[in-house]
Design a protein around this ligand. Structure first.
Ligand code: E4P
Length: 219
């Protein structure tokens, strides 16, 4: 399973990329706001940090405006990085129209705010490169978010659909294990959860014990 960093925090992305575990990045307007940087500053640097799909979200609501915004974003990235641009488009009928147009122009799209397998199927039919089902937000309202990942992965497998499934809105490390067991293509994970994945208290105890024992070894 590929791991994307779900963040617009450039320092975090850089640090995690240095671990050798990052295959891409997803951002959204909330994450950009949280980073404290302008969207322009982020776009200027983010593509130099990770060589993989980087999702940038449009905020227009009409298909034509989404396409214009997407093309502006795409063109604002230097040519050598344009292959990694994935335009995030909300899952609406207007969004589907925009996806169809952008995919015919060879621009990758990531259909976001997906909350059902039917929405994912429509996004894939329209030509989305990626779909992002938000499992945590379903959990938040008392639905088992992971169920739609199972459904989408099964449907895409049945029909050899090439659209990749990005498990989004991940809230804890167990979500990552469940995503990988189901066979989702990608999990986009907030930095603090990636850090939790890397940690085990027995590893810390083990290191402490080895270091202590090493002190009493004759060198
Ligand atoms: C990623 O593409 C999504 O925008 C993100 O995972 C949403 O996460 P949230 O539900 O925690 O805001």
């Amino acid at each position: 399973m590929k791991i994307f960093v779900d963040s617009a925090d450039l320092d975090e992305i850089k640090e995690l990329a240095s671990w050798g575990i990052v295959d891409g990045v997803t951002t959204n307007p909330t994450l950009v706001k949280r980073s404290g940087k302008s969207f322009k500053e982020i776009i200027e640097e983010i593509f130099t940090l990770v060589d993989g799909p980087i999702s940038l979200e449009v905020v227009s609501e009409q298909a034509e405006d989404m396409v214009t915004e997407a093309e502006d974003l795409y063109n604002s990235v230097s040519k050598k990085y344009q292959k990694n641009v994935a335009i995030k488009i909300p899952m609406t009928p207007e969004g589907l129209k925009a996806v169809k147009i952008l995919s015919s122009k060879g621009i990758q799209t990531n259909v976001t705010l997906v909350f059902s397998a039917n929405q994912a199927l429509l996004a894939a039919k329209a030509g989305a490169s990626f779909v992002s089902p938000f499992i945590g937000r379903l959990d938040d309202i008392g639905q088992e978010g992971m169920n739609i990942i199972e459904e989408i992965v099964e449907i895409f497998y049945n029909y050899n659909i090439e659209t990749e499934v990005i498990v989004a809105s991940i809230r804890h490390p167990i979500h990552v294990i469940q995503s990988a067991r189901i066979g989702a293509d990608i999990a986009t994970i907030p930095p603090k959860i990636i850090r939790k994945m890397s940690h085990h208290s027995l590893t810390d105890i083990g290191i402490k014990r080895f270091l202590k024992d090493w002190e009493s070894v004759k060198k």
